[in-house]
Ligand binder design. Sequence first.
Ligand code: ADP
Ligand code: MG
Length: 716
Amino acid sequence: MGTVIFAATKQAAISNYTSILNNPIEYLKGVGPLRGDLLKKELNIFTFADLLNHFPYRHLDKTKINLVKEISHQTEYAQVAGKLISKEIIGEKRSRRLVAQLKDNTGSIELVWFQGINWVDKLLEIGGLYLAFGKTSFFMSSPQLTHPEIEVYTKEKSEGKSFLEPVYPTTEKLKAKGLGARQIGKLTFALFAHIEERDLAENLPATIVAQYKFMPRRQAYLQLHFPSGAENYQQALQRLKFEELFITQVRLGLVRLQRHRYSKGVVFEQVGDLFNNFYKNHLPFQLTGAQKRVLKEIRNDTAHGRQMNRLLQGDVGSGKTIVALLCMLLAADNGYQACLMAPTEILATQHYKGISELLKEMPVTVRLLTGSTKKKERNQLLQQLQEGSLHFLIGTHALIEETVQFKNLGFAIVDEQHRFGVAQRARLWKKATPPPHVLVMTATPIPRTLAMTAYGDLDYSVIDELPPGRIPITTVHRYEHARASVLDFVRSEIDKGRQAYIIFPLIEESEKLDYENLMRGYENVKAFFAEPKYWISMVHGRQDAATKETNMQRFVKGDTQIMVSTTVIEVGVNVPNATVMVIESTEKFGLSQLHQLRGRVGRGAEKSFCILLTAPQPTKEAKERINILCSTNDGFKVAEKDLELRGPGEIEGTRQSGALNFKLASLVQDSQLLQTAKNTAEVLINEDPELNSADNLPLKQYLQQQKGKTAWSKIS
Ligand code: ADP
Ligand code: MG
């Protein structure tokens, strides 16, 4: 879908002014072709603007002079002013060094140079006054500065530098070419001399600048690089973070608005007999408040002739399937077909069975299409689909193949969205004109801040309530040497008539070692739970679909009490009688994956347990993940923690999203600011969707200039 945000409006005049910020980086004095190439390769700095947006990660306070006696192990950098009382060159070969003593009124500090010895030696005069700045270290409990910067100390220098000195991210290769963490600042400083007000023209509406008392944009950039004090730095940072978040939210809001305005969709005029009949007579339980709310949101979306593109999030077991089914019935009531796509054959089959069962007294036809559907059946099914006598099609990605043609697809549901690529989902759209309404369901809770950004261009619903009567799962951590007692516990549960999962890591299905571990684990479990009293199923990625299915079904039916498996059962599998989840080598799993796995139990009326096994000394990170899981069952809390621990780039389901690459803002620390930016953007778009007011013109121009520079995710 194109995003011609301003198509309907007359183009705002863009001035002919070409900012020097667009200049290639090698044109900057002190850079040149060689360093220029390196800056491009190492830091992605291609233009002056890129350099300006390469921000320091810390600052050194050279505005302050440290007294020698105040220097402690906590003093990372020190600046000392004093008299040079001695200097000598000592040591041989590699330990040859120049050692000097600088003394102030409180004590003396040693200065050491290993390189450029002769040059520094010439510079220093015993009895002279000097200012030395460097990283502190301690030798035999007295302080040292190694390779300090040194200069003659004069009266005006006694006030120190007028700004904090920036320290930049850099690389070894750049350092070797004289562009170390602090030298980059010299380039940036030189650049600033050429930057005019209009090169960094205000891009926020004046009312917003006034409302939040933001400093002007050029000043904010200057203060962020070369702050004249901590307070100014914070203000600059706040302004530029807001700008970053706000601009993103405005873009996302405009894309959403655009879609709402121009994307034609089928109209579902009525809630008809199928829906109502099912709701009254066949719904096996009362819907939760959250389920009802989401249904209303979807109903509302589909009634007005615009295409719905909605993301539905709900923790494992929150009851997304029934919502999907009700949507399908809504489509059928209006004469449209519907489909449900799941990421694995096991899941598709499970959905098919569950839904067929629920619909068995209803006048609708449901069929299953997967990679293992036999040719004859498949041909028949495809024909029915084209004629329209088949109403609901459930399946795997086999659904999006070219040969699958609907008569009139009106509603497409994608379960567990993160398993599908963006391109795959987009192919669903093309199965009908106008495109079907799309509901993407995910059980990987995404923190609110992340969702606001990663999915800001989608409509978004959350089921934030579990069906009533669920007994919380108890999660514990055990070491592998206690495995026997864990298996004893598993046995006691099985003897009560329950079932258990034992999960082994097999991240890459082809990894030989993991595979061998799984087999050894299986033998181990088999030895502990001997046939014929106990039966075990095993499912892993190297089995063909039919074997997987048979083994799975034996467990679902209760013919086997134990399921030994890899993560292929991670999503969606529903066996309410299973009450124990044992996870082997927990340290090899990610947090959200562990939460997903845990979600396989706790689905029935009985109390459930999740036991996380690790080697005796799990890493700090693994221990942290385990502690989180032991302390909460709430998927959203787990997701928040995951975001804190790993950062947004690593959160499942959002990896392709360019919208998360903020330079300054953090989705963890700045969630408050993000909320403010989002609200502000919403108000603005509501009031002036074309950004035509004089106040909003700078913003509009800025967005036009930046067009195509920011990529963000299109989910479907
Ligand atoms: P998920 O959101 O993980 O896909 P499911 O749709 O598989 O969850 O639902 C989990 C279980 O909860 C199923 O057994 C389903 O029948 C049941 N369930 C769903 N909604 C309700 C409800 N409102 N009341 C009671 N049980 C429900
Ligand atoms: Mg599900």
